[in-house]
Ligand binder design. Structure first.
Ligand code: PLP
Length: 374
């Protein structure tokens, strides 16, 4: 059976972990964490990069930094992972859901402005499948109304909007290194801070509300409790693993994009015949090979396609039940219908895609999809 995902190892992970262990400094913010921070700041031009224990945690940090208070409103796409909304709900925010684009699961930027009220504090965009949202439009709306923009860039490493790296376009951004993402360390994340305004406080919130980071740099002679916070930093063992992956970013990305392109060309005939839809990448966006999905006619056809692929030896997955209809938030949602989000919920299917996938495996999946429609 071809699995949906298989975490890739570069071969250096255990050597770096051993180095971290031998160094005697195993808690956070040691040499490997610094190497990772420097990599992100130099490679993608982030103002300040901070490793976190997950993207979920990085999102929770953005909610604290944005000073979200009970009753504040935050605009979030309905078609996304739970954490995108949950981070703000934890601070008492009311989530105002926005629908997706017709041609792409990302937020429909043209539907955002009508959702803004005097209580709106932030717009959270999700670069679904690593494909950029229309950030010029989103940022212009945010600027006009004095709200901030947070990027859920969980899937968006090494992807670009009009040539600019995703995760550097809003005030803050959160990345994930969960084992299903392009670069992974099992569980891990990154907070990217793109304005000096939040940089100092981010360090404190990440260190349990203390100014320990400034203390380690010798800027203060003792450290203490100066703000709220939590323990959001990963150990050096995690950072060592992640650094081994970062060193191989280019190779990993090239292979993922190669597999993605094989799907695109192998399924192009079906797309031409109008039998199924394959991803649309807008002109302003790039593809980072995070995910290859297809869109079926309806839920029934997707269920049949899943059964067919499993019978042929491939394991596809679908995801995201529209959050505005979720058991937790359904009765709190006071907004409109989200037909596009619901459509992706019913018809989107992700095909297996992982670095160590062999060419004959991707061929098998392509043939299996084609045989379903013939
Ligand atoms: C994976 C993912 C997350 C959560 O990432 P974790 O690192 O597992 O917390 C959040 N948002 C989106 C869009 C994701 O794909």
């Amino acid at each position: 059976m071809i699995p949906f995902n298989k975490p890739h190892l570069t071969g250096k992970e255990t050597a770096y972990i051993e180095e971290a262990v031998r160094s005697g400094k195993i808690s956070g913010d040691g040499m490997f964490t610094k190497k990772c921070h420097t990599f992100f700041e130099q490679h993608f031009g982030m103002h300040k990069a901070l490793l976190t224990t997950s993207c979920t945690d990085a999102l929770e940090m953005t909610a604290i930094l944005a000073n979200i208070q009970p009753g504040d409103e935050v605009i979030v796409p309905s078609y996304t992972f739970v954490s995108t909304a949950n981070a703000f709900v934890l601070r008492g925010a009311h989530i105002v859901f926005a629908d997706s684009r017709t041609d792409h699961p990302g937020i429909d930027e043209l539907k955002i402005e009508s959702l803004i009220t005097p209580r709106t504090k932030a717009i959270v965009v999700v670069h679904y499948a690593g494909v950029a949202c229309d950030m010029d439009t989103v940022n212009a709306i945010a600027k006009k109304h004095g709200v901030i923009v947070i990027e859920d860039a969980a899937q968006a490493i090494d992807s670009y909007y009009k040539g600019k790296p995703l995760g550097t376009l809003g005030e803050m951004a959160a990345f994930s290194f969960h084992e299903t993402k392009n670069i992974q360390c099992g569980e891990g994340g990154l907070l990217s801070i793109n304005t000096e305004l939040y940089a100092g406080r981010a360090e404190i919130i990440r260190e349990k509300g203390t100014n320990r980071s400034a203390f380690f740099r010798g800027e203060v002679d003792k450290y203490g409790w100066v703000d709220v916070g939590s323990s959001f930093l990963p150990s050096e063992i995690v950072a060592a693993f992640l650094y081994a992956q970062l060193e191989n970013l280019e190779r990993i990305q090239n292979r993922r994009k190669e597999l993605w392109n094989a799907y695109r060309s192998g399924l192009d005939a079906l797309q031409q015949q109008g039998k199924l839809r394959t991803p649309v990448i807008p002109d302003f966006a790039t593809n980072n090979g995070h995910m290859f999905y297809v869109l079926t006619e309806d839920l029934k056809q997707r269920t049949e396609l899943i059964d067919h692929l499993k019978a042929k030896g491939a394991f596809p997955v679908f995801h995201y039940l529209s959050l505005h209809k979720s058991p937790y938030y359904g009765d709190k949602h006071r907004g409109a219908e989200m037909p596009e989000s619901d459509r992706y919920m019913d018809t989107l299917l992700r095909l297996p895609l992982f670095v160590d996938m062999m060419d004959d495996e991707s061929r098998l999946v392509i043939d299996a999809v084609n045989s379903f429609f013939h």
